[in-house]
Ligand binder design. Structure first.
Ligand code: NAP
Length: 256
């Protein structure tokens, strides 16, 4: 298929989980795709694997919480592929699973530095390239926890709420430049992040998986591809009239 023919996309946190699925599906739809991550071995190996299948993918080391690294990586992507049309702000961390009154300032900041400031830095340094290209699509990974909350991981929920509104602000700011911005709100998707989060509860992992699956009316957790297909849609011109919106892909979690 050629749903993304001619597009150049950068995916932060693209080495594994949802990001890796997005890289694979976008490349299969004929986008040129840059993987930005700190997991160099996994990212380079994913890029090699996809290149061996004839797809146009390359890897850049980039910690999204470091502005200079973000600027250098995105400028490098635009140089290498000739432009930048799509930014998937996917890198994120769950952070410490403690109640608010036990959190330290450092723990709070560590989550905001990646989940909020990282989205700011990447958007800031992608915009000039998108303006030059005359169009763009920014896809921000918020969460069901940017819409509703839960009695755990306070810095994470705060960060995902922030990302939801940053998306709407940027949608309005850059609409005149034909740059769209939308947020995606996944339910629980089985990835290393969710595995780590469920282990942090101290419960039996299999029991925690069953209980988490049961929170979704469809009766199971999602897979990375469930979100990757939403990312392909938002990256493509099929969604050309969509900006400032929330794409909820959650097995019915927020329908309660
Ligand atoms: P994941 O499996 O942990 O993958 C996230 C990727 O981002 C990892 O490769 C991670 O590398 C990377 N990363 C972390 N900090 C980074 C930084 N400072 N700079 C660059 N890369 C960094 O997570 P996921 O479950 O796929 O989640 C992807 C996004 O979807 C996140 O924003 C998450 O909040 C959101 N989301 C996920 C779910 C879910 O159920 N999985 C639900 C709602 C929303 P390291 O492993 O080295 O940290």
């Amino acid at each position: 298929m050629k749903r993304l023919e001619g597009k150049v996309a950068a995916v932060t946190g693209g080495s594994h989980g949802i990001g890796a699925a997005a890289v694979r599906r976008m490349a299969e739809e004929e986008a040129s795709v840059a993987i930005l991550d700190c997991l160099d071995d996994e990212g380079e190996s994913l890029a090699r694997n996809l290149v061996s299948k004839g797809l146009d993918v390359a890897y850049w080391h980039c910690d999204v919480s470091r502005e200079q690294q973000v600027k250098e990586a995105l400028d490098g992507v635009a140089d290498h592929f000739g432009s930048l049309n799509v930014l998937v702000n996917n890198a994120g961390i769950a952070g410490p699973n403690k109640p608010t009154h036990e959190l330290t300032e450092e723990e709070w900041d560590s989550v905001q530095n990646v989940n909020v400031k990282g989205v700011f830095f990447c958007t800031k340094h992608a915009i000039p390239h998108m303006k030059k290209a005359g169009e763009g699509s920014i896809i921000n990974l918020s969460s069901i926890y940017g819409l509703i909350s839960a009695p755990d991981v306070p810095p994470y929920h705060a960060s995902k709420g922030a990302v939801r509104l940053m998306t709407k602000t940027d949608a309005m700011l850059y609409a005149p430049d034909r740059i769209r911005a939308n947020s995606i709100h996944p339910g629980f998707i089985w990835t290393p992040m969710v595995e780590g989060h469920l282990k942090s509860t101290g419960e039996d992992l299999e029991e925690a998986k069953r209980a988490t699956a049961a929170l979704h009316p469809l009766g199971h957790m999602g897979e990375p591809d469930d979100i990757a297909w939403g990312i392909v849609y938002l990256a493509s011109d099929e969604s050309r009239f969509m900006t400032g919106s929330e794409l909820v892909i959650d097995g019915g979690y927020t329908a309660h």
